[in-house]
Design a protein around this ligand. Structure first.
Ligand code: GLN
Length: 484
């Protein structure tokens, strides 16, 4: 049962081959049995999940079910969940029980998907390996001595090991796509503004975007149908007519123009990754697509620009965690200043502190123009590069990550090397474009992801381009050994 896709599970529920309570019980059992090896969940909400499953079964009997009613899923622990601990991977919020649901969570509840629990993540979504979590690292089910990627590493490991049929992630610089690549999943970062950020704990507000992580593109389309939509509570949410993201799955690729940015195929990529991506390109040509070399000349500036913009915004967003309003408070503060400094000093981990310091520095008077303003100008140049490329092509293809899953601890002492994990994904966030990662093969037994980037609001096409590849290949169906 657990190896089935969302669409297959939904069909089994509709035909009453299985009930939501049975399905939910099955996944909860897998979590209990297998998650000790992975550490992919921070909180398991068994009781609520079973109650929601019973409601879903009743809805199905009444004939009031939506397309995914009764299929259980997991939520990244960055989304506020009413009455359930919402830690964001941090000691700062270890004691925080959210008083309301994030819009995304509310939508999944309304659609009748029981929540199995909250998944582990890098602290405040800052990281590429899930090693900055207060709850300890997550292990990659393909090789438990390796990282699952980050920051949505708990979601990725849980879905890859089939402890949940799907999960949410958030992507500020690659945190849906890179862990999807390292764990052999399909993950989509929508256009900025597509998915509400209300109740999604902010890291870098102009970059953060929630999205689905699942086995394949068709499942991501089903999930995006629930997640996406205008939300008056989020001032950056974009008002557009609702779309059915599954409606375009089954368009042939003949005549599709795929751009291959020459900057994405240079030095720095592992040979095994390059080989798998090259084979995927050949497969697309066999499906009738045409490939065109394009250039994104400013893409080399994306990592440095991101590491000014993201820390600047996080230093402002994380100012609210002061030991007064909510979250961690130090023991016996001497005075107000002691309360602030010790609560923040004890509540945040090293990576979060590093970013707050960089961001505060970049925003300070005298440095603002040299760093923050300059980074924003570079951001515009990067967006213009994509604009020019999309005048020539329909989608852009490249690797998701320069390497496959690396060993736990391999990059923890060297933040810059860690930051380069997102060298191919960050430009997409800076420009606000939709991007996805999908399985493209294996190198030395470890999954390789390829990235597809679309023009603004072109998710439906992107999902179809991924879906057509998945009809012709079976990489996405492979499961890690030991978790069958
Ligand atoms: N790895 C990047 C960072 O550490 C991106 C994280 C993310 O997308 N949340 O900031």
């Amino acid at each position: 049962m657990h190896d089935k896709t969302l669409a297959e599970l939904a069909a089994a529920l509709a035909k009453r081959e299985v009930s939501s309570v049975e399905l939910t019980t099955h996944f909860l059992g897998r979590i209990e049995r297998l998650d000790p090896q992975l550490n992919s969940f921070v909180t398991v909400t068994a009781e609520q999940a079973l109650a929601a499953a019973a409601d879903a079964d009743a809805r199905i009997v009444r004939g009031e079910a939506g397309p995914l009613t009764g299929v259980p899923m997991a939520q990244k622990d960055i989304f506020c969940t009413d009455g359930v601990k919402t830690s964001c991977g941090s000691k700062m919020l270890d004691n925080f029980v959210a008083p309301y649901d994030a819009t995304v969570v509310e939508r999944f509840k309304a659609a009748g998907l029981p929540m199995l629990g909250k998944t582990n993540m890098d602290e405040f979504a800052m990281g590429s390996s899930n090693e900055t979590s207060f709850y300890g690292p997550v292990k990659n089910p393909w090789d438990t001595t390796r990282v699952p990627g980050g920051s949505s590493g708990g979601s990725a490991a849980a879905v890859a090991a089939r402890l949940a049929p799907a999960a949410t992630g958030t992507d500020t610089g690659g945190s849906i796509r890179q862990p999807a690549a390292l764990c052999n999943l399909t993950g989509l970062k929508p256009t900025y503004g597509r998915v509400s950020r209300w109740g999604m704990i902010a890291f870098a507000s102009s970059l953060d975007q929630g999205g689905p992580m699942a086995q394949n593109a068709a499942d991501c389309a089903l999930l995006l149908n629930v997640m996406a939509g205008f939300d008056p509570k989020d001032s950056t949410s974009i008002e557009r007519p609702d779309e059915d993201f599954t409606a375009h799955l089954n368009q042939p690729l003949k005549g599709l123009k795929i751009g291959l940015p020459k900057e994405f195929f240079g030095a720095g990529m592992d040979a095994g990754v390059a080989k798998a991506v090259d084979e995927a390109i050949a497969q697309y040509r066999a499906l009738g697509a045409e490939t065109v070399e394009v250039s994104l000349p400013n893409s080399g500036l994306s990592v440095p620009a991101y590491y000014v913009v993201a820390p600047a915004e996080c230093s402002s967003n994380l100012a609210r965690f002061d030991g007064v309003r909510y979250g961690y408070r130090c023991e016996k503060p001497k005075d107000l200043m002691d309360l602030y400094t010790r609560s923040r000093g004890e509540g945040f981990g090293a990576e979060v502190k590093r970013r707050i310091m960089i961001g505060t520095y970049a925003l300070s008077a005298g440095y603002f123009d040299a760093y923050y303003l300059k980074a924003q100008q570079i951001r515009r140049l990067i967006a213009d590069d994509f604009k020019r490329a999309f005048e020539q092509v329909d989608v852009i293809l490249g690797p998701t990550s320069p390497t496959t899953a690396f060993r736990l601890g391999e990059k923890t002492d060297d933040p810059v090397t860690m930051y380069l994990s997102d060298i191919y994904t960050i430009a997409v966030n800076l420009a606000g474009l939709p991007g996805m990662s999908l399985p493209a093969g294996f190198a030395d037994g470890l999954p390789v992801g390829m990235q597809l980037i679309g023009n603004y609001f072109d998710e439906a096409r992107l999902l179809n381009v991924a879906h057509q590849y998945q009809l012709a290949t079976d990489w996405h169906r492979r499961m890690p050994g030991g978790f069958e």
